[in-house]
Write a protein that binds this ligand. Structure first.
Ligand SMILES: Nc1ncnc2c1ncn2[C@@H]1O[C@H](COP(=O)(O)OP(=O)(O)OP(=O)(O)O)[C@@H](O)[C@H]1O
Length: 253
């Protein structure tokens, strides 16, 4: 059976109002349940692409579809429910007095009430291992805990696709691993923007390299990260001591 697409991007080109062309014809499809890393140097267009997935940016040429639905004016409310974006800074997403209220905010706005809302919040917090923190103020939590709660606020909306911007940044090694375990356990399509190549290798079977506003490579993460020439050409660097040939020989996540 063919797995349906979560995301279809076709010929997407976009220039900012100052004339800078940030995307120059991007074609990308992601199937339901895939975990894909979006890699690329600073200024490659990664954020610009992500902002097209839920219609924050638009007006260029080409098309974007989420679960078959065009990302366009009549569908934007539905699209924003289906595309959950976890920003790099959890404090951009947490603003209520308690963790519970932050996680409840999205579903409550979508009209879920009472026992159904409680169950939805509990499920989302359980999925990120933060149920015990439901009554705590988010600003009393550690950075890593706040990031997990930010993921829960998005999961509470039952998204079709979870988009994470630099999920491993500012996490200590244990929090980094715990978040990886959470992401691995989710039954949802994941697109992860990251400069952390070992994290991409650990979590994503497939990676896409965006460079100069266009897709420069798309394939198994271990193959791409094992290609020293590709890494050099697009300013991607593995940490010191990471052997690209050993990377290429590793089994997938
Ligand atoms: N509002 C804007 N107006 C004009 N140009 C912009 C704007 N936002 C981004 N750009 C430019 O578009 C290009 C792509 O930027 P984008 O933020 O999408 O890159 P990125 O791959 O996410 O980079 P980084 O890894 O540094 O976050 C860059 O050259 C950037 O300077």
């Amino acid at each position: 059976m063919t797995v349906p697409f979560s995301l279809e991007v076709e010929g997407l080109a976009f220039s900012y109002p100052d004339g800078h062309q940030a995307l120059t014809g991007v074609d990308l499809t992601i199937r339901q349940g895939e975990r894909v890393a979006l890699l690329g140097p600073n200024g490659a267009g990664k954020t610009t692409l992500v902002l097209h997935l839920n219609g924050i940016l638009g007006g260029g040429s080409g098309t974007v579809r989420v679960a078959g639905l065009p990302v366009a004016a009549p569908h934007l409310a539905e699209i924003r429910r289906r595309v959950g974006v976890v920003f790099q800074d959890p404090d951009d997403q947490l603003f209520m007095p308690t963790v519970r209220e932050d996680v409840a905010f999205g579903p409550a706005t979508a009209g879920i009430r009472g026992a159904a809302l409680d169950a939805c919040v509990r499920r989302a917090l359980d999925r990120v291992g933060m149920a015990a923190f439901a009554d705590r103020p988010p600003h009393h939590l550690s950075f890593g805990q706040r990031r997990r709660v930010a993921v829960a606020t998005v999961l509470a909306m039952e998204p079709e696709i979870l988009v994470l911007d630099e999920p491993s940044s500012n996490l200590d090694p244990a929090s980094r691993r715990e978040l990886a375990d959470v992401l691995r356990s989710l039954d949802v399509t994941v697109l992860m923007v990251t400069h952390d190549l070992p994290y991409a290798l650990e979590l994503c079977e497939r990676s896409v390299v965006l460079s100069g506003g266009t897709i420069a490579a798309d394939g198994p993460t271990r193959t791409l990260l094992g290609d020293a020439e590709l890494l050099r050409a697009h300013r991607l660097e593995l940490p010191f001591g990471f052997d690209p040939r050993a990377v290429a020989a590793r089994p997938g996540p």
